[in-house]
Design a protein around this ligand. Structure first.
Ligand code: NAG
Ligand code: NAG
Length: 191
């Protein structure tokens, strides 16, 4: 039985390798065309700069606590809490500055020693050439540090196959409401 399972899985693995290497695969037309141009294109670097509005309080919060540890576990660093966000991104630091996109995803308090978030966020852009394109961030964000760096692990649209680095600096933080405005600088390599 075990032998049969092994044989079957080898068969499937073999097939997977075969399929990945096939040159006859056809995907959606737009993606196929893009991959053809990719074969001869060079990587480029794009820098982006915007402000992230972490609105926790007020009438229309965009960062919402969705869970915290059960059984009365209490941590001075909020360890275990998870917040879901759909935060506004703007060109300048004021909330009514020109919108450039949203930050959608979640952050989780992942350290028992300091306020450090696990960020699982997509920056979804709505402005100009980047409209509809997105960048995916997965990283550690120790929010009390002056400068935090998080990896960009991918993207879509203009940013398809992107990788890069996002740096965050707190522009303002209100202790009472916990609302924060964070300045982001992005350097992304893509095609
Ligand atoms: C990419 O370019 C190589 C060399 O020019 C060619 O042999 C190959 O078929 C191309 N691949 C695709 C998917 O177009
Ligand atoms: C962005 O794209 C959407 C959907 O394609 C469109 O409705 C919208 O007008 C575009 N916005 C800008 C600023 O180009």
């Amino acid at each position: 039985m075990a032998k049969l399972a092994l044989m079957l899985s080898c068969l499937f693995l073999g097939m997977a390798v075969l399929v990945v290497h096939s040159t006859n695969i056809q995907g959606p037309k737009e993606i196929d065309e893009w991959f053809k141009t990719l074969n001869n294109s060079k990587e480029k670097l794009t820098r982006l700069h915007f402000y992230f509005h972490d609105a926790i309080s007020g009438k229309n919060p965009t960062a919402v606590k969705i869970t915290e540890p059960a059984d009365g576990f209490r941590s001075p660093t909020s360890f275990g809490q998870v917040d879901m966000i759909d935060n506004l991104l703007t060109e300048g630091p004021e909330p009514d500055s020109k919108p450039v996109g949203r930050a959608q995803g979640l952050y989780a308090y992942a350290s028992m020693e300091e306020f450090a978030l696990l960020m699982v966020i997509n920056f979804v852009f709505t402005g100009g050439d980047y409209n509809g394109s997105s960048l995916a961030v997965l990283g550690r964000n120790p929010v009390r540090h002056q400068l935090r760096e998080m990896p960009i692990i991918g993207g879509t649209g203009v940013f398809r196959l992107a990788r890069g680095s996002a740096t965050a600096r707190t522009y303002s933080f209100e202790l009472e409401s916990l609302d924060a405005i964070v300045e982001y600088d992005i350097a992304a390599i893509h095609y």
